[in-house]
Design a binder for this molecule. Sequence first.
Ligand SMILES: Nc1nc2c(ncn2[C@@H]2O[C@H](COP(=O)(O)OP(=O)(O)OP(=O)(O)O)[C@@H](O)[C@H]2O)c(=O)[nH]1
Ligand SMILES: [Mg+2]
Length: 403
Amino acid sequence: MVFNWFKRNKGKAEEESGDTSASVPESQVEPAPPTPTPQQGESAAPPEETPVTEAALTPAGTIASASDHAPVAPSSTKPDDDTRGARSEADAEAPRRGLFGRLREGLRRSREQISASVEQLVLGKKVIDDELLEDLEAILLQADMGVAATRDIMDRVTQRVRRNELKDPAALRAAIRQALLDILQPRAQPWTPAKGQTQVLMMVGINGAGKTTTIGKLAARWKAEGYSILLGAGDTFRAAAVEQLTGWAERVQVPVIAQGAGADSASVLYDAYAAARARGIDLVIADTAGRLHTQGHLMEELKKVKRVLAKQDPGAPHQIWLVLDAGTGQNALQQVRQFHEAVGLTGICITKLDGTAKGGVVAAVAKALPLPIRFIGVGEGVEDLRPFSAEAFVDALVAETGS
Ligand SMILES: Nc1nc2c(ncn2[C@@H]2O[C@H](COP(=O)(O)OP(=O)(O)OP(=O)(O)O)[C@@H](O)[C@H]2O)c(=O)[nH]1
Ligand SMILES: [Mg+2]
């Protein structure tokens, strides 16, 4: 199969070929946090120097300080309390179909785009010829599936055409769905905290990708499932970032460890981990400041956080997830590669799929590196974070029928 569309649109194809200057939405290019010296956090971290006080485990929604907060009542982390505050009544009672409905609704723009294009493509056509396949290729690229996933899908589809397995153009839809499923299935690896082990999940990503919001949603989900959760306010760059996280902690009713803006991020997260270990909390979810993958010194800061946490347990942080904004386009692939190279990712969350018609980017990310896609965000609500399921995603992205 000759990919004529690739030839005609060489520029777009090159975006994926390693060009790190690919554009990032302007809103995401925020001023950089100050560069820490490597020694700062590492020397400030030992618990003797920064003792974790009772009051450091504050009621949610407040910045930790030894003087003005009472310790969290042990009962507040009991599973019995879990559904309170985290989800609205309607959400909690939402039937399973309703949850899939949210996913479908979230992916509506992408589905309409892909389905309408495929529908138009096969309309009135009797045979699957080269021209039709070329147009299909263009549709996949326009959905932001990226060069590698598009090529993969096209290879699978053309092989089936050659083997006469696809009887008519209408059969293409099912073939696309199957090819997408084959790409996505290996990436669907759910993760849940382990009880009684005090693990750390660190969230990283560029500015505005959805890290803090995703942390809030995850805390709500896992608390409702009976895990004890503590949030660590490692984004110390802006006071508003600390407030945003403590706001989520209040909403979800989980404790948070925070210091004021300007504090050393590694030190705050070290304290959060120490406090969680002391209390036998299942999981610390660590927020970090947004940073561009191209800003080497800020990537060094993340490495420092890792080193400092590992002083308490060589396995910490146990999970490091990159949060990607689905609207970032093919630049997402550079983010995956560079964050992975810097800190060693163990998972990916893709947010704001509801805000784009380019949901195909999930397939592009799946092809970029063999990293698990843990959760996808399809809205701002606490329920709008779904564990990634290849089947549910494909069902929501590509309509089964043309109607
Ligand atoms: N529509 C929609 N909005 C989302 C989703 N996830 C996050 N957002 C919104 O995206 C915006 C940025 O989210 P944050 O969680 O603050 O992003 P961040 O990565 O923590 O940003 P920085 O701390 O500045 O690096 C907020 O307005 C969120 O409500 C999603 O899945 N869908
Ligand atoms: Mg944030």
